[in-house]
Design a protein around this ligand. Structure first.
Ligand code: ADP
Ligand code: MG
Length: 370
C-alpha cells in the first residue's frame, strides 16, 4: 500500500512573490487525489515541493516519518525514491528510444543487471499499453503515447506515491478518457498514493477519491470528492462548471461587485448544470457522478473500502450536502458504523467523536482534512 503524505502549514514564495500560504492537507494512502487550480496558482510548484526540488520557507511535508522540508540531503535522497513523477512536459530524452528512456532511472539509481532492467521495463511498458514500441523515439509517437511512456518511467522504481502534472494537457478528449482509465487501472494494480494536477473537469468529476482547489494563494478546499462536487462555494462551482461567471477572471481576480452581478445573472438563467445547483442540464449532469472503476479482469481498488471506512467515521464533520452524497455511496455495514457515532467526554474535559467499533477516535479538523 502507498504511504500517506501529510502537508501542514506549507508556504512558498520566490523572493517577494508569495505563491501560496498555509497549505494543509493529507493524501490518504493508496487513494487518488486531484488538485485543481487556475493557471499560475502554483500547482507545479506544489508538486516540486513534495519531491523536494523546491524548498518552501514554512511548514512540513511528512512522509514515512521524514519531513521533506527540513530533512538532510541524505534523507531527501532516500525519500525521493518513494516518488514517481510524470512531469508536465513528459520530459523524455528525445534522442533515446522508449526502452532506454524507461530504463534510465533503473540504470541511474540501482545496480540491477541488464536482464533485471529488461524484465522491469517490459513489465511497465506492458502495464501502460506500450508493449512492442521499445525501439521508437519520442518524436515518432503520439502525445498520448509519450504520456504513457512518461508514466512507465515513473513506475520503474516501484514508487509509493505518484505525482502526475497535467497528464491530460495537449490530449484530445478520447485520449484523456483512455488515460484516466489507465490511471485508475494502475491504482488498482499497485495501490500507490496518487496526486493528479489537472484542468480537466471530466477527470476531476470521475477519477479522484479526493479533490482540492488552489485559488488566491491558498488551498480553497480539499476533501472527499463529494465535498467539492456538492460545494456551493462560487470559486469551486465556477471551476467545476468551466464557466466565465465567478471569481476567476481571465488574467486576474475580479472585483466582488462584478462577481456578485455575474452570479445573480447565472442563478436567474437556472443555475449550473452540475454541482447539484439548479436544474440538471441538457446533458443530465448529476452532482456526484459515479467514479471510474478498474477495467474488467483487474483487481478492485483497495483504496475504495479504506476510504469508505475513513469517511464513514468522519461523516459528522461534513456539511449536510456532502454527508448525504457520502451516505449514498456507503455499504450498509459502514452506514451502521457512521450512525453508531456519538460524542464522548475526554479526560481533558473536551469531547470527542467515537464510533461503535472504537477503533479510531476522530477529532473534527476545522481545516477540512479528508
Ligand atoms: N523556479 C521558479 N522561480 C521563480 N518563480 C517561479 C519558479 N517556478 C515557478 N515560479 C512562479 O510560480 C508561479 C506558479 O507557477 P506554477 O506552479 O508553474 O503554476 P501552475 O502549475 O499552477 O500553472 C508562477 O507565477 C511562476 O512564474
Ligand atoms: Mg503547472
Amino acid at each position: 500500500m502507498g504511504v500517506a503524505v501529510h502537508v501542514e502549514g506549507l508556504t512558498k514564495s520566490f523572493g517577494s512573490q508569495n505563491i501560496w500560504s498555509d497549505v494543509t492537507l493529507t493524501l490518504p494512502p493508496g487513494e487518488i487525489s486531484v488538485m485543481l487550480g487556475p493557471s499560475g496558482t502554483g500547482k507545479s510548484v506544489f508538486l516540486k515541493s513534495l519531491v523536494g526540488l523546491l524548498k518552501p520557507e514554512r511548514g512540513s511535508i511528512v512522509m514515512s516519518d521524514t519531513d521533506i522540508v527540513s530533512c538532510s540531503e541524505r534523507d531527501l535522497y532516500d525519500v525521493r525514491r518513494l516518488f514517481g513523477v510524470l512531469f508536465q512536459d513528459g520530459a523524455l530524452f528525445g534522442s533515446m528510444n522508449l526502452y532506454d528512456n524507461i530504463a534510465f532511472p533503473l540504470r541511474e539509481h540501482t545496480k540491477k543487471s541488464e536482464s533485471e532492467v529488461r524484465s522491469i521495463v517490459m513489465e511497465k511498458m506492458d502495464m501502460v499499453g506500450l508493449a512492442g514500441t521499445e525501439g521508437k523515439l519520442p518524436g515518432e509517437i503520439s502525445g498520448g503515447m509519450r504520456k504513457r511512456a512518461g508514466i512507465a518511467r515513473a513506475l520503474v522504481l516501484d514508487p509509493e506515491v505518484i505525482l502526475f502534472d497535467e497528464p491530460d494537457s495537449g490530449l484530445d478528449p478520447v485520449r484523456v478518457a483512455y488515460l484516466n482509465q489507465l490511471i485508475v487501472d494502475l491504482n488498482a494494480q499497485i495501490d500507490a498514493t496518487f496526486l493528479i494536477v489537472t484542468h480537466d473537469i471530466g477527470t476531476a468529476r470521475t477519477v479522484p477519491d479526493n479533490l482540492g482547489l488552489l485559488f488566491r494563494r491558498h488551498l480553497a478546499m480539499f476533501g472527499p470528492r463529494e465535498q467539492l462536487l456538492t460545494s456551493q462555494e462560487p470559486v469551486v462551482r465556477q471551476f467545476l462548471n468551466g464557466r466565465r461567471e465567478g471569481p476567476i477572471g481571465m488574467s486576474e481576480e475580479k472585483d466582488v461587485a462584478q462577481v456578485e452581478a455575474e452570479m445573480a445573472a447565472l442563478e436567474a438563467r437556472g443555475g449550473d448544470q452540475h454541482n447539484g445547483v439548479g436544474p440538471k442540464g441538457a446533458s443530465g449532469g448529476e452532482a456526484v457522478p459515479p467514479q471510474l472503476e478498474p477495467s474488467p479482469g483487474l483487481p478492485e481498488r483497495k483504496a475504495v473500502r479504506r476510504r469508505q471506512e475513513r469517511v464513514a467515521r468522519m461523516l459528522h464533520t461534513y456539511d449536510p450536502a456532502t454527508a448525504d452524497a457520502i451516505r449514498a455511496s456507503l455499504p450498509a455495514d459502514l452506514l451502521a458504523l457512521a450512525d453508531s457515532g456519538s460524542y464522548a467526554p475526554t479526560a481533558a474535559g473536551g469531547r470527542e467523536w467515537r464510533t461503535e467499533d472504537g477503533a479510531e477516535l476522530v477529532v473534527p479538523d476545522p481545516r477540512g482534512r479528508p
